[in-house]
Design a protein around this ligand. Structure first.
Ligand SMILES: Cc1cc2nc3c(=O)[nH]c(=O)nc-3n(C[C@H](O)[C@H](O)[C@H](O)COP(=O)(O)O)c2cc1C
Length: 190
C-alpha cells in the first residue's frame, strides 16, 4: 500500500453543548482505525480561532503548518440557518495556500436537510481556495435521533458504511493530488 494519507478532521461548530464533539469524535475514531490514514484533529474552539481577530499569530502559524502537512481534509459541519456556521467560515478564511490542490470531504448533520445546504455552500468556498470537494457526503438528517441524551450514538451501522466509502474515495483523490503536487509546484501553474 502507498504511504498513508494525512487527513485533518476539522470541527465546524464551536457552540456550547455542540453535537459536533460526538460527530467529529466518531469520524476521528474511524479514521484512526484505518491503516491507510494518519489523523490530525483541528478544533477551532480549542485553538481559540473562532473569529478573524485571531491570536498573537503563533497559533495561526502552527495551524497553517498542520494544514500544510495534510493531504486531505474532512470538514464536520452542522447546518445553521440554511448555511454553515460563521465560525467555520472564519476558520477557513484564516488560511489560503494550505488548502490548495487538496481534496475536501464533508460529514454533515442537522434537521431535515442533514446539513446538505451547508455542504453545497462550502463547495463554493473551497473552489475559491483551489481545493476540490468530493461528491460522497456522509449526512445525518434529524441528527438528534441518532443520539441518546448523553450524546452517545445509538446505531452507527449505516454511518460506518457510508463513512468507509467516503474515506476510500477521499484516499483516491488525496493520493492522486499528493503525487501531482510532488511532480509540479501548484503555485507556478498558470
Ligand atoms: C443557530 C442555529 C440555526 C440552525 N438552523 C438550522 C437549519 O437551517 N437547518 C437545519 O437542518 N438545522 C438547523 N439547526 C439545527 C442544527 O443543525 C443542530 O442543532 C446541530 O446539532 C447543530 O450542531 P452543533 O450542535 O454541533 O452546534 C440550527 C441550529 C442552530 C443552533
Amino acid at each position: 500500500m502507498s504511504k498513508p494519507i494525512k487527513v485533518a478532521v476539522i470541527y465546524g461548530s464551536v457552540r456550547n453543548g455542540r453535537l459536533c464533539d460526538a460527530v467529529a469524535g466518531w469520524v476521528a475514531d474511524r479514521v484512526e482505525a484505518r491503516a491507510d490514514y494518519t489523523l490530525d484533529v483541528i478544533d477551532p474552539l480549542a485553538e481559540g480561532l473562532t473569529d478573524l481577530r485571531g491570536t498573537d499569530g503563533a497559533t495561526e502559524k502552527a495551524i497553517a503548518a498542520r494544514l500544510s502537512r495534510s493531504d486531505a481534509f474532512i470538514v464536520v459541519t452542522p447546518e445553521y440557518n440554511h448555511s454553515f456556521p460563521a465560525a467555520l467560515k472564519h476558520f477557513i478564511d484564516g488560511f489560503n495556500e494550505p488548502w490548495h490542490a487538496k481534496p475536501v470531504a464533508f460529514v454533515s448533520y442537522g434537521g431535515l436537510s442533514g446539513g446538505s445546504r451547508a455542504v453545497e455552500q462550502l463547495r463554493q468556498i473551497f473552489a475559491e481556495l483551489h481545493a476540490t470537494t468530493i461528491r460522497q457526503v456522509v449526512s445525518f438528517p434529524n441528527v438528534w435521533a441518532h443520539f441518546d441524551p448523553q450524546h452517545r450514538w445509538r446505531d452507527m451501522e449505516r454511518g460506518d458504511r457510508n463513512l468507509n466509502v467516503l474515506l476510500t474515495q477521499l484516499r483516491w483523490w488525496a493520493s492522486a493530488l499528493r503525487d501531482a503536487r510532488a511532480g509540479a509546484d501548484y503555485r507556478t501553474v498558470s
